[in-house]
Design a binder for this molecule. Structure first.
Ligand code: PGA
Length: 264
C-alpha cells in the first residue's frame, strides 16, 4: 500500500451539530462547562485503533453563535463549523450565508446536505454539489451528509440510494478536502442507532465506492455516550456527527473522550 493510502493518516473527528439550538449566552455557558468536562471525563488510555491518535473536536453551530464560539475556543484545539454555505460569494439570496462570511469568522468546516436541509428546505444533490464546490473554493472542509430513509432501507435500496447521492453530489469535487457523514435518516433524533457493525459495513461500501482510502467518514444518528465506544471500535468509522447529545457538555465530553475498545 502506498504511504499516501495509509488509513492511519485519517483524522478522528468528533463533530457536534447543534442545529437550531443555543443563543450566544447559552453557547458561552456550554463552552465553559465543556472545557471542564473534557478535562475531567476519563480519557482513553488504551492504544488507538488504526487512525491518527489526535481527536479533532468540531462544533457546528448556528450562524449567530459562530463568532462567539470561534473566539472562545481560540487556542483550545476545538474547531468551528457552520451548518450550510451558499455557492455564491455574495448577492441577492435572502437568508443564505457565503464562504467569505464564514471564513472571516474563523470557521473551518461546514455541514452540507444534511437530511433536514434536504427534507425541509428543498436541498437537492445539485445544490449540494454547488455548495460543496463553494466550500472548497474558500478553503473550508465540507462534511457531506448522505443516508437512506427507513422506507428505502426496508426496500433494500440503501446502497443504491447512497451511491446516487455520492455520485451526484460529488461531481467535480476534490475528494482530498472532504469529510463524509453517513447518517441514516431513520436514526437521526430517534434514539434508534444504527448497529455499529452495520454502520461500519455501509461506511466501508462508501469508501470502496469512492476509491479513496483517506477520506474521513463519520457515522451520525443518535450517537450518545452509551454507544460511542462501540461505534469508534469499528475500523471503518473515523468519527461521529452528533446532534442531540452534543448540546449537553458532560455528554459531549464523554463522547469526545471515547474509550478506544480493543478491536481485531
Ligand atoms: P442526532 O442527530 O444525534 O440527534 O440523531 C444527528 C444529526 O442529525 O447530525
Amino acid at each position: 500500500m502506498a504511504a499516501t493510502e495509509d488509513p492511519r493518516l485519517r483524522p478522528t473527528l468528533i463533530a457536534g451539530n447543534w442545529k437550531m439550538h443555543k443563543t450566544q449566552a447559552q453557547a458561552r455557558e456550554f463552552l465553559r462547562e465543556f472545557a471542564v468536562a473534557l478535562q475531567s471525563s476519563p480519557k482513553d488510555s488504551l492504544p488507538q485503533r488504526g487512525t491518527n491518535p489526535d481527536r479533532q473536536v468540531i462544533l457546528c453551530v448556528p450562524y449567530t453563535d459562530l463568532a462567539v464560539v470561534a473566539e472562545e475556543t481560540q487556542g483550545s484545539g476545538i474547531l468551528v463549523g457552520a451548518q450550510n454555505i451558499h455557492w455564491e460569494d455574495q448577492g441577492a439570496f435572502t437568508g443564505e450565508i457565503s464562504g467569505p462570511m464564514l471564513v472571516e469568522l474563523g470557521v473551518r468546516y461546514v455541514i452540507v446536505g444534511h437530511s433536514e436541509r434536504r427534507q425541509y428546505f428543498g436541498e437537492t444533490d445539485e445544490t449540494v454539489n454547488r455548495r460543496l464546490a463553494a466550500a472548497q473554493r474558500h478553503g473550508l472542509i465540507p462534511i457531506l451528509c448522505v443516508g437512506e430513509s427507513k422506507q428505502q432501507r426496508d426496500q433494500g435500496l440503501t446502497e443504491s440510494w447512497i451511491v446516487e447521492q455520492l455520485d451526484r453530489g460529488l461531481a467535480g469535487i476534490d475528494l482530498g478536502q472532504l469529510v463524509i457523514a453517513y447518517e441514516p435518516i431513520w436514526a437521526i433524533g430517534t434514539g434508534e442507532t444504527c448497529a455499529a457493525q452495520e454502520a461500519n459495513r455501509v461506511i466501508g461500501l462508501i469508501r470502496q465506492h469512492l476509491g479513496h482510502v483517506q477520506i474521513p467518514i463519520l457515522y451520525g444518528g443518535s450517537v450518545k455516550a452509551s454507544n460511542i465506544d462501540e461505534l469508534m471500535a469499528q475500523p471503518e468509522i473515523d468519527g461521529v456527527l452528533v446532534g442531540g447529545a452534543s448540546l449537553e457538555p458532560q455528554e459531549f465530553a464523554r463522547i469526545a473522550n471515547y474509550q478506544a475498545l480493543a478491536t481485531a
